[in-house]
Design a protein around this ligand. Structure first.
Ligand SMILES: *[C@@H]1O[C@H](CO)[C@@H](O)[C@H](O)[C@H]1NC(C)=O
Ligand SMILES: *[C@@H]1O[C@H](CO)[C@@H](O)[C@H](O)[C@H]1NC(C)=O
Ligand SMILES: *[C@@H]1O[C@H](CO)[C@@H](O)[C@H](O)[C@H]1NC(C)=O
Ligand SMILES: *[C@@H]1O[C@H](CO)[C@@H](O)[C@H](O)[C@H]1NC(C)=O
Ligand SMILES: *[C@@H]1O[C@H](CO)[C@@H](O)[C@H](O)[C@H]1NC(C)=O
Ligand SMILES: *[C@@H]1O[C@H](CO)[C@@H](O)[C@H](O)[C@H]1NC(C)=O
Ligand SMILES: *[C@@H]1O[C@H](CO)[C@@H](O)[C@H](O)[C@H]1NC(C)=O
Ligand SMILES: *[C@@H]1O[C@H](CO)[C@@H](O)[C@H](O)[C@H]1NC(C)=O
Ligand SMILES: *[C@@H]1O[C@H](CO)[C@@H](O)[C@H](O)[C@H]1NC(C)=O
Length: 419
């Protein structure tokens, strides 16, 4: 039984890759203040555009956002009101599909600590994070300081403005006493100035700690910095034998222990091919995640599994074992865990596609361009659609984990033009 159909026009995204970049980094209006993040971006040699008012941001299309190497949502000087980032939440369906590049989400307020205390660590945090997100590779990146928006709340809160990217939860009430021992647990060649000493002892270094974030698949996130030895919800262990709770997370960084040619699932590695990680042709990313899905720890699914199209609905079924299937124009992969669900993929003409998830446990929620969701589905839609690209399928869990194991392909209905 078909639970739900979803129609998504990708026409608006067509040809994004061919658009020239306007400036390197986009800043929202955000109270019209001048933030240290802007100075740091300029010092890094990046060109910047600051929205002249909120209306400018609201008027932007996905293609407009995708013109930038990075979007920087600065720390609004330790503002505690979520109203400050309402613009981000209101427009998330527009900007999220553009953000396919590196991301850094910061559970503290570097602009505040730079302005009022001139802390070298605050400048270094902004500088390194902006460097990571504006590499210009893998699409538009994003820097997002959570400022002090969630710092008062002891219970985990979902970051609603990021819901198109994935499921993120943070909690606050962390100042009894302050979490002041910061420790970096991931690295990147472009992050050269921040270290544990200068990230620590900010009175308080940590305002929001992450209890949940997407951790599976090529589009997922790594802890970049933790509140060392902090205990409770969100506490994790890292490859250097430290424990703590992440307060800065990133997409595009290399976690400690990744790159030693040993797959360590305990540290959230799906693969580790040593120096080959992230190099062309290797199936393992520089973050030790399988680019096209994982079969078993250390064994990544290969890029392309070809299949032949069928002409009737449900007539072609693949024993997919949680992996990837390429139907000439799409790659879909997933890693959930209920074998009774079935995913059907239908290709249509004019860049419109429908994905129908068959199965009583789940219904199809959304197709969008973005990283892994909370259930480990990690794929993305891109233009032009080809086997080297991935379709994003995001599902809403109903009652238990589900895992479509079989695909069916159809060219019936109002669709045609199957590859
Ligand atoms: C925080 O932002 C809100 C709305 O964006 C504003 O009304 C408030 O004055 C700000 N508070 C501080 C302390 O800056
Ligand atoms: C915040 O933490 C303190 C100390 O751990 C605790 O006493 C207080 O009840 C917490 N506040 C909330 C709102 O949970
Ligand atoms: C951390 O960075 C500061 C400022 O650049 C530097 O003085 C210090 O030596 C560094 N500490 C370590 C442990 O590298
Ligand atoms: C921490 O707070 C103390 C007491 O208010 C102050 O003297 C010190 O300068 C602060 N340090 C930092 C790094 O903010
Ligand atoms: C963190 O915990 C470890 C192990 O208990 C201890 O050796 C280390 O000194 C602690 N570090 C800090 C900064 O508390
Ligand atoms: C972490 O601890 C394990 C077991 O105690 C040890 O084998 C390993 O060498 C340690 N790793 C580091 C980086 O210290
Ligand atoms: C990585 O490990 C494999 C075996 O697990 C080995 O064949 C290969 O030579 C190693 N590569 C490096 C660079 O050490
Ligand atoms: C681009 O993404 C791939 C796959 O996730 C990753 O291996 C690579 O490091 C990324 N490139 C950059 C510059 O972040
Ligand atoms: C996947 O395979 C296709 C052709 O087989 C190739 O063009 C593409 O670069 C590969 N993608 C990756 C990420 O290796």
């Amino acid at each position: 039984m078909i639970a739900r159909h979803l129609y998504l026009s990708l026409a608006g995204l067509a040809g994004l890759a061919s658009l020239g970049l306007a400036q390197d980094v986009l800043f929202p209006h955000m109270h019209g203040l001048k933030y240290s993040e802007l100075d740091q971006a300029v010092k890094l040699g990046l060109t910047t555009h600051v929205c002249k008012d909120e209306e400018e941001w609201y008027g932007m299309t996905t293609a407009d956002f995708a013109k930038y190497k990075a979007i920087v949502i600065p720390d609004c000087m330790c503002n505690t009101s979520l109203t400050t980032i309402k613009f981000l939440d209101d427009t998330k369906k527009t900007w999220s599909p553009a953000v396919t590049g590196n991301m850094v989400i910061i559970g503290t307020d570097p602009s505040f600590h730079a302005k009022w205390y001139n802390l070298p660590g605050a400048y270094a945090m902004m500088r390194d994070s902006i460097s990571l997100v504006s590499t210009g590779k893998n699409g538009t990146g994003m820097y997002f300081s959570l400022s002090c928006y969630y710092q008062r709340t002891a219970a985990p809160m979902t970051i609603q403005s990021l819901s198109e990217i994935g499921h993120f939860q943070v909690r606050g009430n962390l100042s009894h006493p302050c979490l002041n021992n910061a420790h970096l647990v991931a690295k990147s060649g472009v992050m050269t100035t921040l270290n544990d000493t200068i990230a620590s002892n900010w009175n308080c270094s940590v305002h929001e700690a992450f209890s949940e974030y997407p951790r599976a698949g090529a589009g997922s996130f790594e802890a970049l910095a933790i509140a060392l030895n902090a205990t409770g919800l969100g506490q994790r262990s890292f490859a250097d034998n430290t424990t703590g709770i992440p307060y800065i997370i990133a997409r595009g960084a290399t976690p400690l222990g990744c790159g030693n040619n040993i797959t360590e699932p305990a540290y959230n590695e799906e693969c580790d091919n040593g120096p080959a990680n992230g190099t062309p042709g290797d199936l393992c990313s520089s973050s030790c995640k399988c680019l096209h899905g994982v079969i078993a720890p250390g064994t990544c699914r290969s890029n392309v599994t070809s299949s032949s199209p069928s002409s009737t609905y449900s007539s072609t079924q693949f024993s997919n074992s949680g992996g990837i299937a390429c139907f000439n124009k799409f790659l879909i992969y997933q890693s959930l865990s209920d074998r009774d669900s079935t995913l059907a993929i239908v290709f249509c003409h004019r860049r419109t596609f429908i994905i129908k998830l068959l199965g009583y446990l789940a219904f199809f929620h959304q197709i969008t361009k973005g990283p892994a969701d909370r259930h480990g589905i990690s794929s993305r839609a891109a233009q032009p659609l080809s086997c080297s690209q991935r379709v994003f399928a995001r599902f809403t869990q109903q009652s238990q984990a589900f895992k479509p194991l079989r695909f069916s392909v159809s060219t019936t209905g109002n669709c045609h033009g199957y590859g």
